[in-house]
Design a protein around this ligand. Structure first.
Ligand SMILES: *Cc1c(COP(=O)(O)O)cnc(C)c1O
Length: 222
């Protein structure tokens, strides 16, 4: 299957899922996750009208996106992977949205560096809904307080919450939890759902779905 066909299928599935959902989000955004993929195939997806993309590593994105952004208007690039504080300035320069804010240290680093360069991406707080020790994200019980800290103490533009449910579990309860936490924190954006479960995420009120392999094909990490 070509990326053009894949993208069309994903777009059709999104429309079906929205039609079947009780309360789908009015402005659902498809974030095409292009990690591990080269600029040529990414350009093909841009040529199909896609403008919102996600990358999970700052270094890899720096090698691809400055040029793609120069060539194409209206690109919105999301960082969906962990951010180290020594990469903060690079990340703030390149990304329009950072979805992986998950601890005080990185929030403080974003606040400090964004003051210096005079701009700050929109931010999501990542929540570790499955309490997985190896996974990034703030624990659910601390999420609302952390959002308030980021907004009130650091004046950061937090717009939403993001989660990656445990791979081996039914994602529904995790999506429901993230939706509830976003309401409590009074945040409008909810980033959840990947290639395997984006239709479920739409049913649970996602505003941003992050879809990689269903568009680009299986990733080759070698
Ligand atoms: C890779 C990745 C995705 C996309 O995964 P697919 O299963 O390929 O759709 C979504 N979110 C995050 C955080 C990722 O790292």
């Amino acid at each position: 299957m070509s990326v053009q066909q894949n993208l069309q299928t994903v777009r059709q599935n999104i429309e079906k899922a929205k039609a079947n959902a009780l309360k789908p989000s009015d402005n659902l955004e498809l974030v095409a996750v292009s990690k591990t993929y080269g600029t040529e195939i990414i350009q093909e997806v841009i040529d199909e009208g896609q403008r919102v993309f996600g990358e999970n590593r700052v270094q890899e994105a720096l090698g691809k996106w400055p040029e793609l952004k120069t060539k194409n208007e209206g690109i919105e690039l999301h960082l969906i992977g962990p951010l180290q504080s020594n990469k903060t300035t690079d990340a703030l320069e390149l990304f329009d949205v950072i979805e992986s804010v998950d601890r005080e240290k990185i929030a403080r680093s974003i606040a400090k560096e964004s003051q210096k360069i005079g701009k700050c991406p929109k931010l999501f707080v990542q929540v570790n809904t499955g309490l997985e020790p190896q996974k990034a994200g703030i624990e659910p019980a601390k999420a609302v307080e952390f959002v308030q800290f980021c907004k009130d103490e650091l004046s950061l533009p937090v717009i939403g919450l993001m989660c990656i449910p445990p791979a081996d579990e039914n994602p529904g309860p995790h999506f429901a939890l993230l939706h509830k936490l976003a309401q409590k924190a009074e945040l409008p954006a909810i980033s959840m759902g990947m290639s395997g479960d984006y239709e479920t995420a739409i049913a649970f009120g996602a505003t941003h779905i992050r879809v990689g392999s269903a568009i680009f094909g299986a990733r080759d990490y070698t």
